[in-house]
Write a protein that binds this ligand. Sequence first.
Ligand code: CU
Length: 259
Amino acid sequence: MKKLGIILSGLMVVFYSCNSSEDIGPDLTDDLLEITTHAENDLNISIYAPEKLFVGYNEITVEIKDTDGHPVSGEISVVPMMDMTTMSHSCPLEADQNTFSAGIYNFNAVFVMPSGEMGSWSIDFTINGMEISVPVEVIAPERSRLVSFISTMDEETKYFVTLIGPKDPAVGKNDLEIAVFETQSMMLWPAVTTLEFEVEPWMVSMDHGSPNNVAPGHTEEGHYKGTVNFTMTGDWQIRLTMTENGEICGTPYFDLYFQ
Ligand SMILES: [Cu+2]
């Protein structure tokens, strides 16, 4: 009788933990936008992001449930792909985890072109051995958050510099974050970790800069962080000088506007 009690209480724990794991579910806060949902191979996949997917650095959350609505766990891999009919290519990707739990998986993708007549994007998953391709739309933002160019140093390396922050620029000191990748093949877009930068915010309309800026330095995996100081509202350019071993490889800039 005592044994039965232990078994029963054990079962209670199992039932209880089943229920509570459903309750844990996705922590999808209100500030995430549902980009798309896709059903295939008995899985329902929803893709969320802070805003519409755009050319630049996108932080993406994937919700994976079975057909009964229960969160799924297991193994996962992800590859963004653009099909351009005569060829296809991927893009820079930050996806370190190859497992996911409680139905949630996060990764970052730097889309390098907008969807359109040139081609269409999909996010191709392998989830617990099943290949699932989710079509997505990528827009070109009003002000570019991705600059690509060929290195002026070796005239060969193709760089992609993406502006991650400031996300909400304001008068005063703002955290600056950029990330840099290069193209090695249609599928290989590694982070570039060996660069140095100078930064100069410039107000084009009034032809002046600002004091007290901090050049972005490498932190990890091709991310560079610094500070930009805006002395007034309006149109600004974040002008960067990118060097490697003391030689200039490019001068990308980003336009910003805030009131
Ligand atoms: Cu393309």
